[in-house]
Design a protein around this ligand. Structure first.
Ligand SMILES: [Cu+2]
Length: 278
């Protein structure tokens, strides 16, 4: 499925992180593959993404968005594994990469099973997304289903985030939540800086992995921002606000990512699990 989308929405979203146009784009073809195919649990392989037009001609001028050409979010079917990787984190982008419209990144799937890869990229000032899957063989296998036990507090590298909702999240209505960040001593974290063009990123997925989305710390007007626009820095911490309209009731997992000026190069990732009524 390849659709025209807003910065912060998957195609079936409505509302605050809304779709600019819910139009199926037929101009692009996205192909993903792995080397080896399938990948092997515990071994590092490579994930490739190629974007072409309908006639197979590579899109040579993919547009920088949130400081990268293609964002790859990888999530295991059991929710235990999350990664957010980009070609540029590992390799120079060469002329050959651009001419072939092909980017790649190393991937080490920890468990055997099914993985979702959610791709976000931009071209001609349009936000584009594509979802694909890959398999990993070997041992050990992942759990048969995600653990939907609610998680409202989570830590990474000494920073603890606490998830709180303005009111019970309801499908189809704008939900507002805050993640409050404290350090290992219990002090407020107040040195959040922008990471990939936003104060914080939140990847969201449902239990069946057939719905995945990505939003950012709430900024007024974010739903109509184009790939060429910069988001302002509004949240030094400890409070980071988000708004989103969940499409259906049920359990969701969210991974919130951010960086701090006091720990250059360290990306914090805080997972949360919650339920939406509806
Ligand atoms: Cu990214």
């Amino acid at each position: 499925m390849l659709v025209l989308m807003a910065c912060d929405a998957s195609p079936i979203d409505t509302g605050d992180s809304a779709v600019v146009e819910d139009t199926e784009i037929t101009d692009y073809v996205v192909t993903t593959w792995t080397d080896p195919d399938p990948l092997v649990a515990g071994s590092t392989g490579e994930l490739y993404v190629q974007v072409t037009d309908q006639d197979g001609r590579p899109i040579e001028d993919l547009q920088q968005n949130h400081e990268r050409l293609v964002h790859n979010v990888l999530i295991s079917a059991d929710w235990s594994f999350y990664a957010h990787v980009h070609h540029e984190d590992y390799y120079e982008v060469t002329v050959d990469d651009l001419k072939s419209g092909t980017l790649h990144a190393p991937v080490t799937p920890p468990l055997a099973g099914r993985y979702l890869v959610a791709l976000n990229f931009a071209h001609d000032n349009q936000w584009l997304s594509h979802e694909a899957e890959f398999e990993a063989t070997g041992e050990p296998p992942m759990a048969a289903s995600p653990d939907t036990t609610p998680v409202s507090e989570s830590s990474d590298e000494g920073v603890t985030g606490t998830l709180s909702w303005a009111s019970t999240p309801m499908a189809g209505y704008s939900s507002t939540w805050t993640v409050t960040l404290r350090d290992a001593e219990g002090n407020d974290v107040t040195d959040i800086e922008q990471y990939l063009g936003a104060d914080a990123h939140a990847a969201l997925v449902n239990t069946t992995l057939d719905w995945v989305s990505h939003t950012h710390a709430y900024v007024p007007g974010m739903e109509t921002m184009s790939p060429s626009m910069d988001m302002p820095h509004l949240y030094p911490g400890p409070f980071v606000d988000f708004r989103y309209v969940f499409p259906t009731g049920g359990a969701y997992k969210m991974w919130v990512q951010f960086t701090r000026s006091s720990t250059p190069g360290l990306v914090y990732t805080l997972p949360f699990v919650f339920s939406v009524e509806g």
